[in-house]
Design a protein around this ligand. Structure first.
Ligand SMILES: Cc1cc2nc3c(=O)[nH]c(=O)nc-3n(C[C@H](O)[C@H](O)[C@H](O)COP(=O)(O)OP(=O)(O)OC[C@H]3O[C@@H](n4cnc5c(N)ncnc54)[C@H](O)[C@@H]3O)c2cc1C
Length: 254
């Protein structure tokens, strides 16, 4: 394994060995991959994954990196099981430690957070759309950045919140990171800043206020999830007078 950061080679397919498969939430598995050649990612980037069946049939999908750039030599993914899907159920039901998959990347330069940007950042995700935002939050925790960052997690219940212990630990670091949960189907919120109910405009207004007085005009906003989630959040952000140009989106389908 070599760290081949900043070379063009990450646009070539290579094999990666599955090192571990663990439960992140009832629907999402953490899949840890060890590539032959490791390229240091930017927080928010994704890999292309290609599976080939015995008869030669191939399927290719994109998966965001859950792991921050600081995790040397490995790539971690957070893959949600879609029961009628082709690729995601394979990672849940069939993949074994020691299996190989083909990967390309890390790729994507638009939906990335860099510590040197020094802008307040608002991260808003739902379901597996929280995965790349967790990589950004972990990178914030590991970097020297003290710029304010608020992560808004919209999921059904507490058991769907990925990396809950880490979220609390990063908040305790006092480096400007803050998280808020919107739990659409739970009965109690774990902290005062969390809420029961679907994510709404008032939640986003509070999250922006947490970033500072003029955050609506100055923050970089990252939104990730299903098409319908991204549509509804971008509409709310527009109503809150967040400029379109400040909002970066990543759509996972659905
Ligand atoms: C840049 C990028 C990053 C992504 N990162 C992640 C990630 O970190 N984790 C992750 O779990 N997925 C991620 N995805 C989605 C992933 O690429 C696949 O689309 C997803 O796993 C479904 O693939 P499948 O083969 O299991 O289902 P398919 O066989 O492709 O689809 C099965 C059915 O599910 C529907 N569907 C497809 N995607 C979704 C969705 N996201 N939600 C609801 N319904 C859907 C389809 O319309 C179809 O009806 C990402 C997508 C993109 C474009």
């Amino acid at each position: 394994m070599a760290d081949a950061s900043n070379v063009a080679g990450h646009l070539e397919w290579q094999d990666a060995r599955i090192e571990a498969i663990e439960r992140l939430s009832p629907l999402v598995r953490r899949v840890v991959l060890r590539p032959t050649v490791w390229h240091r990612p930017l927080a928010g980037q994704h890999l292309s994954i290609r599976l080939t069946a015995d008869d030669g049939y191939q399927a290719q999908r994109s998966y965001s990196l859950l792991s921050p750039p600081e995790l040397e030599g490995l790539y971690e993914l957070g893959i949600e099981r879609l029961s009628d899907g082709e690729v995601s159920p394979w990672f849940h039901d069939a993949a074994q430690v020691g299996d190989s998959v083909e990967i390309l990347g890390p790729v994507g330069l638009h939906f990335v957070w860099r510590p040197e940007d020094e802008q307040p950042a608002l991260l808003i995700g739902s379901g597996s759309g929280v995965v790349p935002l967790l990589a950004m939050a972990a990178h914030h925790a590991h970097s020297r950045s003290t710029s304010p960052m608020v992560l808004v997690v919209a999921v059904r219940t507490m058991v769907d919140v990925m990396l809950w212990p880490e979220l609390q630990r990063w908040e305790e670091h006092g480096k400007g990171f803050h998280s808020r949960l919107a739990l659409s189907r739970d009965i109690a919120a774990p902290r005062t800043q969390d809420r029961i109910g679907r994510l709404n405009e008032a939640d986003l207004a509070v999250a922006l206020q947490r970033l500072g007085d003029r955050a609506a005009a100055s923050a970089a906003v990252y939104v990730c999830g299903s098409n319908s989630f991204v549509e509804s959040v971008t509409t709310m952000l527009r109503a809150l007078r967040v400029p379109d140009g400040a909002v970066r989106t990543e759509r996972f389908g659905g």
